[in-house]
Design a protein. Structure first.
Length: 438
């Protein structure tokens, strides 16, 4: 192990592995530290939304997914607080292809790590980056251990902090107040699910607001369904609840998800994970240390999805690092955070505003009823839900003229007993669902 690589990456999850792949392929000497040994489980919703797939194509990995038996999932579903259900495909104008995958992180992360090794990065598993030595952000000095357990100080030119929402290393780089969880979620794998079709499904039951539940079918035949629920830390404290209690309710008979989970058998234990979804509070650079993915508060405030932003922020970080190392001027690293704000700032702020609207029963219930009878609107809405289309799409004046067409509003108000979701039967929603466009 070279204690002075050009780039040291802390964390070999999607963010860290992507940065390592891109930089190693450019010929830079890259070392990656991760405290785990791969393959290892990682608590997550497992969804690879379209924008994630776009980056995986660039890395040459989508073909490996299909060769491993994973099939694209082309539809999303949302079940509103009022019980209306809409299922639709994704728009062709979104960011990335109009489909997703759902792959357990144990498999997905190991695939990325192997790809990083192939690119030439040195991957050191079971090796923890203890801390950034105080006062060394401009010329990083990272404390770790060598293969004999002895203290070792590594002195790379640039560090990529990709240690996620629970990472201890990032908390030695920036103050911990920038890394406080805003929400908590819990995941459970299920086998034998008979009521769920191939749509990634979101449930906005009123007792769970301002959170939601999800049920994501595996993209490989016979794989487990990823089911989970999440809520903001503030709401949990205010109601005196633990996230496990929210999960218990979501999987129980009173939940709108219950008909979709018929025949379900738990696989393994439940596990909780924190969500850093405060983009304005996040810090993504200190000196020659760049923070990417969850460590940079890059989690969608609407859906809680983070893998897409982990991959995209790592692409941006790799570009900034490459430019600075080629020029010899590390001040160019400042362009990374400026670029993140320029590219993602409006998108995140729009998602925050939309979340405030949709966490109201009348907000999500009315929206679903207004868009369910128009295929283009439904696809656009699913594009926003999947992070394929930014929430600012909803600011288009022409869109609202269409949504608020008087005949549409009258039909929505009168819709006291909408029809069952199309393609009913085992995968149908409760009797208060609406016909979904295709």
């Amino acid at each position: 192990m070279n204690p002075r690589p050009e780039v040291l990456v802390v964390g070999a999850g999607p963010a860290g592995a992507t940065a390592a792949i891109l930089l190693a392929e450019e010929g830079f000497e890259v070392t990656v530290l991760d405290r785990a040994h791969f393959p290892r489980d990682k608590v997550c919703g497992d969804g690879l939304a379209p924008r994630s797939v776009g980056v995986l194509r660039r890395l040459g990995l989508e073909d490996r997914l299909t060769q491993a038996g994973h099939r694209p999932l082309a539809e999303y579903r949302i079940v509103s607080t009022w019980g209306d259900s809409i299922r639709a495909g994704l728009p062709s104008y979104g960011k990335g292809p109009p489909y997703a995958y759902v792959i357990p992180r144990r498999e997905f992360d190991a695939l990325l790590v192997e790809r990083a090794r192939e690119a030439g990065a040195e991957i050191l598993e079971g090796r923890r980056a203890e801390r950034l030595i105080p006062g060394t952000a401009a010329a990083p000095a990272v404390e770790t251990e060598d293969d004999r357990g002895r203290r070792l100080v590594m002195r790379p030119r640039v560090v990529v902090a990709a240690d996620g929402s629970r990472g201890s290393f990032s908390r030695t780089v920036i103050p911990s107040r920038h890394l406080r969880p805003i929400a908590v979620a819990m995941r459970q794998y299920l086998d034998g699910v008979e009521g769920l079709d191939g749509a990634l499904s979101f449930f906005l039951d009123q007792p769970m607001l301002p959170g939601y539940g999800w049920a994501f079918p595996a993209s490989r035949e016979g794989g487990p369904v990823n089911v989970g629920a999440g809520m903001t830390v503030h709401a949990l404290k205010r109601r005196g609840l633990k996230v496990r209690q929210v999960m218990d309710w979501f999987m129980g008979p009173d939940s709108r998800a219950f008909p979709y989970l018929a025949g379900a058998r738990p696989v393994g234990p439940r596990a909780a994970f924190p969500l850093l979804i405060d983009f304005p509070r996040g810090r993504r650079r200190r000196g020659a240390v760049l923070l990417v993915g969850d460590a940079g508060n890059l989690i969608d405030p609407l859906s809680g999805e983070g893998i897409g932003y982990a991959l995209e922020s790592s692409v941006a970080a790799a570009e900034a690092i490459s430019a600075s190392l080629h020029s010899g001027d590390l001040r160019e690293l400042a362009g990374y955070e400026r670029g993140i704000w320029k590219e993602l700032g409006p998108e995140f702020l729009g998602a925050y505003a939309l979340r405030q609207f949709l966490q109201q029963p009348w907000g999500n219930g009315g929206m679903v009823r207004l868009i369910e009878r128009d295929e283009a609107l439904a696809r656009g809405g699913m594009g926003v839900l999947s992070n394929t289309v930014p929430a600012t799409w909803l600011l288009k004046p022409g869109l609202w003229r269409k949504i608020l067409d008087p005949s549409r509003v009258r039909a929505t108000i009168k819709a006291t007993r909408p029809a069952r979701e199309r393609n009913g039967g085992a995968g149908a929603a409760p009797a208060t669902s609406v016909k979904a466009p295709r």
